[in-house]
Design a protein around this ligand. Sequence first.
Ligand SMILES: [Zn+2]
Length: 579
Amino acid sequence: MPIVAQSTETTDWVSRFADEVIAESERRAPGKPVVVASGLSPSGPIHLGNLREVMTPHLVADEVRRRGHRVRHLISWDDYDRYRKVPAGIAGVDETWAEHIGKPLTSVPAPNGSSHPNWAEHFKAAMIASLAELGVEFDGISQTEQYTTGVYREQVLHAMRHRRDIDAILAQYRTKKAPAKKSQKPVDEAELEAAEGSGAAAEDDGSSGSAGYFPYKPYCGNCEKDLTTVTAYDDDSTELTYACTACGFSETVRLSEFDRGKLVWKVDWPMRWAYEGVIFEPSGVDHSSPGSSFQVGGQIVGIFGGEQPIGPMYAFVGISGMAKMSSSKGGVPTPADALQIMEPQLLRWLYARRRPNQSFKIAFDQEIQRLYDEWDRLDAKVADGSALPADAAAHSRAVRTAAGELPRTPRPLPYRTLASVADITAGHQDQALRILSELDPADPLGALAEARPRYDKAEAWINTHVPADQRTIVRDEPDAELLKSLDEQGRASLRLLLDGLADHWSLDGLTHLVYGVPKVQAGFSADATPKELPPEIKTAQRSFFALLYHLLVGRDTGPRLPTLLLAVGQERVRTLLGE
Ligand SMILES: [Zn+2]
């Protein structure tokens, strides 16, 4: 049942794709559920950048579902891919993992200490947990399971029968440089693979030996690696002979009953489009080049009796502020890292509001505070009905799915305020609650739980992404020297502030007070608006604020002053300001 049909009747990109996908599904498979797909390779921690591979079809699938259609979002776990290299910096992994290179990802041991049965399962689990938090509904398909139980047997035999047709299609592109595989990768890794040159190309295309071209590669029956060459194949008996260059093993098997091997990537992908009837599957921009898997797949899919999906190219998603992040997880930011510091609604919004071909950055630095301000302003506009239709649509896609609302923070206090409070209180929850309940004395926060999980996210951000030299440390003792050096005007400004503290002890009250002190000193009313004031007032305000920061935290700047004052507490403020 469509839940919010009205608010999504706009021309945002999600709606436009949903129109196209529904029409195409009706044409290709009338009466069947709409199928959209994503592919993820659990070859290591799944990069936050790869989340676009999932979020793009998710948002479209969700819109299709909201309109009352049945839809399946497949996530193909490419866990039967070969283990290409040992990623750096993974806890519980050492150089001995290199001996597994060439085996399927599900045959590589999980990092030491993992509760998962193998490498692929270990890295899939983290992604699955993040997708649950993000409200992404999907059908996961393990390619290991598909291949090793013979699900694709007919498709494999069909590809072998048509190997010359496949070879002819691939031959058109062989001279061109092989592009990277589907998933988005950090630049250095992509470059590395491009530099591998023909090796990577052979891996994606299949190999031509003296016996001809074969789009299928067995994993060795002795060492489990894919360093095998098919040396003979008989179409009638399906007898296949291969030799392993890693261990020298050789055997002849009957492909009609053999389940330890897979189609090469450029054949595997279009085979699955046809097998699953995929209508929509986006891919990274590196696939727009001639000879890309997506383009070649569009020619190969016909051999399997299918059609190419609607497949927009999505642009790169960057990360800002990760330089300071620890490399405990291979230095790779994952969706779980993002969800530690931001609510799922915010992360969903970043994807919903940008068209797939627009790149954007996910902020782990100070920018996250500005982003949250923007989000809260949009939230308020949606609440009072003043948001523009496309903005309201993006908001709706962020906060709910066809299944309902995502859990939200009951009292979403400003992220920057929460971050400052977490910064200053350094884990003391009773202090945090005291400060937060003083923000708005007319409607005080009753328990920290009302500000969660947003409070926890802000606290995690402060603890993991704000460098030590930017943390706020409130002075233990008054700065006697600075206090003694103050002139008459400096002392008078502190007096005005101290006299007003008790009557202004709230976020709004203190804001009024700290801006008002320099006005009153210059002979104006504390309520005077900027138009009624000379420009010099700004200078006076700035030096007054700098004085307060120095006396409270020993630096030029810090969290917003009203928040800082509340956080420090009235008694301690009085002491530090020399009362
Ligand atoms: Zn072998």
